[in-house]
Design a protein. Sequence first.
Lengths: 653, 228
Amino acid sequence: MATAATAPAYTSSESHGATGLMSWLTTVDHKRIGILYLHTSLFFFVVGGLEAIIMRYQLMRPNMQAVSAETFNQLFTMHGTTMVFLVIMPLSAAFFNFLIPLQIGARDVAFPRLNAFSYWVYLLGGVFITLPILFGLAPDGGWFAYAPLTTRTYSPTQNMNFWVLGVQILGVSSLAAAFNFATTIINMRAPGMNLMRMPMFTWMSFVVQWLIILAFPVITVALFFLQFDRFFGTNFYTVTAGADPLLWQHLFWIFGHPEVYILILPAFGLVSEVLPTNSKKPLFGYPVMAYSGILIGFLGFGVWAHHMFAVGMGPMADTVFGVTTMLIAIPTGVKIFNWIFTMWGGSLRFNTAMKYAIALIGMFTIGGISGITHASPPSDLQQTDTYYIVAHFHYVLFGGAIMGIFSGIYHYFPKMYGRKMDEGLGNLHFWLNFIALNLTFFPMHFSGMLGMPRRIYTYDAGQGWETFNLISSIGAFLMAPAMLVFLYNFFKSKKHGEVAGDNPWDAPTLEWSIPSPPPEYNFAQIPMVTSRYPMWDITHPERTAEIPHSTKGWDEARHRSDEHILPGGGHMADMAPAHIETAAKTASELDIPMPTPTIKPLLVALGMLVMVASLLPFFAGKTSAFVVLLAIGAGTMIYSLYDWLTTPLEEAH
Amino acid sequence: MTSHAAAAEGHAHEHHYTTTGLDNRKVAIWSFIGSECMLFASLISTYLIYKGRSVVGPLPHETWTDPSTGAVFKPILNIPITSASTFVLLMSSLAMVLALAAVENKDKPLPANAGWWDRQLASSKLWLWCTCILGATFLGFQAFEFTSFVHEGLTLRRNLFGSSFFTLTGFHGAHVTVGVIWLGSLLAIDYKRGLRPSDTLMVDIAALYWHFVDVVWIAIFTLVYLIK
């Protein structure tokens, strides 16, 4: 490309002279925090992928001895934990951070420093839970950590402590971020950005924030019980003291099933942006898409015991949870059909983002259908704890969430870096990944139906599992080159990709009205929104002719703005009808107050981590080390928190 | 950077435009309280599920005789004393309401015929002190209750009742402690520079948290202490 050598129109990091390590450690800019999330979770994606490849090597042929049973336990535990808590959730968080303020026309999130805190807690918690695998000390009780198996009696080593404490830390990160984004979406929308005009990604993210707010406290409690049992000798999971061996399972899955929707809904939101843009048509059935997302969120709290059909809850409970589980297929099916109808009659552009979005529709449908087969308890009893289940949730999470997230990365990369990713390499990545996905996980349906149990570290020949396992392993090995192609493309395109401009895909929503990458203040003038597709109103009015338009919300906003100032500061004059912004001035030239960078959120997170880690020597009976670490951690945390709370967000210099 | 700084200072006491017209912090505290509801719901449910499942005493409402030693453990919950501490906590909510009203109305001049009581009502310091002291008194009651239970043989490790009771009420006590520290910091600000009507929101958020912690205690008192 001839333009490849030209620099992007605007480079946010250069404009206010903030480069280098310290600028990243102290940043409170939601876009930079989003980029931090993206890089960190891609790193953990590689770690989790390597764990999977070692497992698939071990299972490639019968009676392999590449790793021991103990190591295998650690591998599958850490693979699940990593992919759920350290990869898919934070990859979604990368998009929450980068996109939500841009999509709703805000200059930042509601609480920028809390946002930085969430990231640092995630990073430190991720390191805390991952590092022990290098020393053979990684958690080994499964990503679901079923108690009583994980109590001190049956897991007497430090291994599970890293999980119990690590997931608790990661919960703090998710909750802090959820309060922040829920507030941002409720309260920071630009004038005229009514709920029914929000981009679908923001809608799905909004549902996810509430799922996190309401589901995470339940696992917090379950983890405190397990932590107290292991460290202080309480009896929550001690069956001989009268405890219910199913308490953990209930609490875990009351969290765990909403968690599944926490993982998938952001990906649904991303493809709901990619499909209309690349079909050059508005999203089909927009209100129903929003409502079905809400309904999935509600129903998601009423299906948890379908993970527990095999424990013998009785016919009544089994029936109720079977029915609610089948019900959830309805709003999900609505989404699938609406995506198809969005493409129907459109003029489709098959770029990499679009291919990944279409792959999500197909692959997620396979996972959804196999899911319905175990919504029925009698059928589930045949499938529970077999590779059939592994096939199911990998079609949902790899075929659904990861496909959607890759779609989002290719689609939004130009907005993040001002340059496009290479389409040729993207195409290669897509096909390698798509083939590898199906090669790995489709045969697992068969090995599972033939009775191969999950979580076994090896198996005997002659049970009809050999061929399927060999194919699965070959597929898994193919994922490594796919990922390498992606990473090469990602890092190469950051520097040398084709310059993208404001709106390379001719997309309809607000984030595409500003320069790529966006300036630190996002919008020089806060846009006043009149429809769902403000950019198409300007560039393709024929596409939005049937979409409702109104100036509802403007007059009130105008009235209030006489005395109030806009989100992120700025006056009435800063507001303008939605338009394409090309000016590239700095925040101080525009007189927009920006939050002061600060290291405090990192220090508070660090103090918290040291406090939590002090329980490890406590567990081993080393009281003095415990007291010292606790004092250091608490001191750092309290001092930094005090400093944080007494310093205004926009410090006067 | 000077214009930037000046802008920041100029804006410090203006209202920010928000979609709902509420301050961000107010929206955030409500979402936080929603989350806390699920936290306490999980703790209370576990307590109720484990009620009657302990294999050894002491028990909350029943007498238990150790079959091996013949030692008799009386019902351990002391309802009269806990009723008193519940009353104390509820009164602290009243004091919190008065403290908020005092901050809100600071700029309103007292009527000419204002009596002693009107002057007391206008003192945010007085009512913040009252809220703090009543909260701390509740914590004192809880400390007394916990130590006397331990003396009677009920510990965190003793049985399921001990584990679930101490964890549930301990979590509530920790929330009260955070509240007392929070109110104490408001009091410190009041002494340092005086709380103004423009600080109403800051006090309001603390008050919301405080009332929530009170409401949780009403649920715990009813479900754990009163219902047998």
